[in-house]
Design a protein around this ligand. Structure first.
Ligand code: CAA
Length: 393
């Protein structure tokens, strides 16, 4: 068996940000409900000329630049917010990043879960082709009905990682706990821009799936929560991870000090508090946040990451943090990216998030507002037109 895992990881989000204080005021809600009750401070918002493709390209560009040309022969693109019923959004990213044409590109969908499927497929592929690197990208924009209870749990962002046989950051382990059940907790028919959600039920199913995944890990591999020092969760809002971990502490980690355990979870929540839910990227934003914000050396610690996609599929992925992982992280760039976001007010946020491209195919041009290197300039003759700006940041 060769060693396989994450060699490199990078994050980008929309270039605008809404302070949830403004949403609380607009909806006449006590802001502490968002800060404490949901564990969210802000949400990233895409500018007019940003979408899942431009965020994905922003996230993946530094990774592609750090590898020799032609390194990637496979690009897996995970998303819930696909932009075409046929064409993979990954092909636009492949073109924007000027990647080798000798490459396979495909899109994967299962609500917020698909990045984990992509990662496992990539890892299995590298097991058979140890000289290959796979570029995995997860990119999403979370949208719920405006003025609904779910509105504060939106956000957007993209995570890109390289899966290969030189896992400088995290080694993936074979055991995984799996669970699938046909439930209607969150779904989005093809004609809908915003998700239908049964909020309270979705939180309940999330916890049921978590429990079932731990049972599968134990039944199939004899592995228990006590075998792990680090935990990461899918982050629809950060309090969901706290609740999930509290559940684990009560049922499976009874010998551990709950306060110390919850304090150890905290670094995984730092970025998500600022970004909000970015669906398929959310669990991996948690992983990145844990690695970049933990004050402890995490070397050789065993990690269990719970990925959850409504509908529903759950998976606990197991991994080990590699010695020297700190050298391969890019915390400053990620923090600067978040700080550089432009603060928008409630009217602008609603206009940006809920103005959708014309459904009848009428042409549209977008103003050039993104400070990023990649932009969606318009949709003409039903075709999305993207541009690259070499001189921009
Ligand atoms: N100060 C402090 N806390 C307060 C407060 C105040 N003034 N007012 C309320 N709270 C607390 C509540 O006590 C509650 O805490 P507990 O859960 O610990 O009881 C918390 O704030 C939330 O309040 P409500 O229970 O009243 O929740 P709500 O009706 O406003 O809805 C929600 C919350 C269901 C998460 C809703 O935002 C939603 O539907 N979000 C989208 C669905 C979602 O994220 N589901 C998560 C699981 S599914 C998934 O993970 C997939 C995915 O990405 C979508």
């Amino acid at each position: 068996m060769i060693t396989v895992g994450i060699e490199d990881i990078s994050f980008a989000s929309g270039s605008c940000v809404l302070d949830l204080k403004d949403l609380a005021q607009d909806l006449d809600v006590d802001v502490e409900k968002y800060h404490q009750g949901l564990g969210q401070d802000c949400m990233s918002v895409p500018a007019e000329d940003e979408d899942i493709v431009t965020m994905a390209a922003m996230a993946a560009a530094p990774l592609v630049a750090r590898y020799p040309p032609g390194s990637f022969r496979t690009l897996l693109f995970a998303t819930e917010t696909g932009i075409d019923n046929s064409k993979s959004a990954g092909i636009y990213v492949h073109q924007l990043l000027n990647m080798s044409k000798n490459c396979r590109v495909v899109e994967l969908k299962q609500a917020c879960y698909s990045a984990t499927a992509a990662l496992q497929l990539a890892a299995s592929y590298v097991q058979c082709h140890s000289e290959e690197k796979v570029l995995v990208i997860a990119s999403d924009i979370a949208r719920y009905e405006p003025r609904s209870k779910a509105e504060p749990t939106q956000g957007c962002g993209a995570i890109a990682f390289v899966i290969g046989s030189d896992p400088k950051i995290v080694r993936l382990e074979k055991p995984a706990g799996l669970y699938t059940e046909d439930v209607m907790d969150f779904w989005r028919p093809l004609y809908q821009d915003v998700g239908f959600v049964d909020g309270k039920f979705s939180a309940k199913v999330y916890l049921q799936a978590l429990k079932a995944c731990w049972k599968d890990l134990q039944d199939r591999f004899g592995i228990k929560a006590m075998d792990f020092q680090l935990f990461c969760y899918h982050l629809p809002f950060t309090r969901m991870a706290v609740k999930a971990h509290q559940y684990l502490l009560q049922d499976n980690l009874v010998d551990r000090d709950p306060q110390a355990e919850l304090a150890k979870l905290e670094p995984s929540l730092v970025y998500s508090r600022q970004v909000g839910n970015c669906y398929s990227a959310a669990a991996y934003l948690g992983l990145l946040s844990l690695l970049e914000n933990s004050h402890e050396d995490l070397t050789n610690q065993k990690l269990a990451l719970f990925s959850y996609g409504s509908g529903c599929v759950g998976e606990i992925l197991t991994a080990t943090v590699m010695p020297g992982y700190q050298k391969y992280l890019h915390k400053r760039q990620h923090e600067e990216g978040l700080k550089a976001r432009r603060l928008v007010n409630i009217e602008e946020y609603r206009r940006l998030l809920y103005t959708m491209a014309p459904k009848d195919g009428s042409p549209i041009q977008y103003p050039h507002v993104t400070p990023g290197r990649y932009r969606l300039s318009g949709i003409v003759e039903h075709k999305r037109i993207y541009e690259t700006f070499v001189s921009a940041q």
